[in-house]
Design a protein around this ligand. Sequence first.
Ligand code: ATP
Ligand code: MG
Length: 435
Amino acid sequence: MQKTSIKIVKKLREAGYEAYWAGGSVRDILMGREPKDYDIVTSARPHEIEKLLKYTIPVGKKFGVILAVVGEHHFEIATFRSDAAYTDGRRPDAVYFKTAKEDALRRDFTINGMFYDLLKKEVLDYVGGQEDLKKKILRFIGNPDERIKEDNLRILRAIRFKNALEFYYAPKTFQAIRKNAKLIINVSAERIKEELDKILKLKGRETAVRELEAAGILKMILPELLELKGVRQPEKYHKEGDVYEHTLESIANLPEKVSGELAWAILLHDIGKADTFKVKDRIRFDGHAEVGAEIADKIMRRLKFSNTERQHIIWLIHHHMILGNIPKAKPNRQAFWFHQPLFPELLELLKADALGSKPKDLSLYNKLKALEEKKHKILPKPKRLLTGNQVMRIFKIPEGPEVGRLLDEIHEAQLDHKIETKEEAIEFAKKLLKK
Ligand code: ATP
Ligand code: MG
């Protein structure tokens, strides 16, 4: 991919234009990391880029961005530009084609604002990016306040980059983030979700969430999480503190590389504890997994998660308290759980949950891991007595959640040996439907 991008740069240079690597790739190379992609900036105008290269897609022609397609790789080629006023806090009203220096000045952070000249083999640095990279400082280019007001998404980008790189904020950078936290409401749910996904996948996710809180952003985008503050837990199992502390300890204890689904599930696994807190013999949170799944559902609808993602995360939250029953359960019931497609994630959630508690107790996790490895292979996946299509046809119910519920009930009864044949399953379902 690097070689291809060099070829593109050379082609533009041979045609008499300026052309450089830009932004993230320069930052990553200077840090000794492998860039995810190689963005290119050039003095060539969009129509000139299109003339010069074989396969191009005008993804953002208005903003001067052309996508070059070479084999399986894509390269963003952007004409040097400066941005006109931002009236919507998200996109410039117009762009003007300008010089390399002006293009550097419109970028967000100094470390993201450098270019690399492949022919001279030197960095073009109009913004002091190299200095900040050396000192590990995340700093807005220009006036931080104005830069955030231009594009409100930069609030979350700042927190993401600082924690992805394990840098420090320049003092004015974090002050400006805190001062302008409210502007986050102008950013679309999809974009907020996208940034939060990236943040939760970082190794430094705990610090990042604490910064979101300290800056006053968390209360704007995930107020439900702050409801967990001050919710006490039984001292015996949770010396780490309240439910909020337990949640942050748990996300910190996820493996370094995690799926977004697992990260969200652990972030929200105890979200139902504020509403279910009760003191009987001791502090109890009866039904918190079910209540939590409902609250998580609301949050994820608000943040426009995809249906699949939402359903997976809900499943994980809903079932995170059943694991304790598995070691004592009958073998076929154990098999039912081990064969659940998300069971491996559920085990990982349990592990992070246990490691996020004080004292840390991995005994259940270890027991289940050993059981799963042994039993998963020998116990066959229990065959269902009725399929979804059969249920819909026999009982004349339309596609929807009711079908799933009915199938689950039938399956449960089968596992408990209450029913064993298709005919018995139909009788059983009939009775259920009458109720
Ligand atoms: P990543 O490795 O996460 O892709 P990146 O630096 O490549 O990091 P992108 O979001 O891909 O980040 O953006 C590419 C470059 O475009 C950035 O390095 C930055 O110079 C510029 N940029 C992107 N988004 C903004 C923004 N909202 N405001 C100003 N400049 C931006
Ligand atoms: Mg990038």
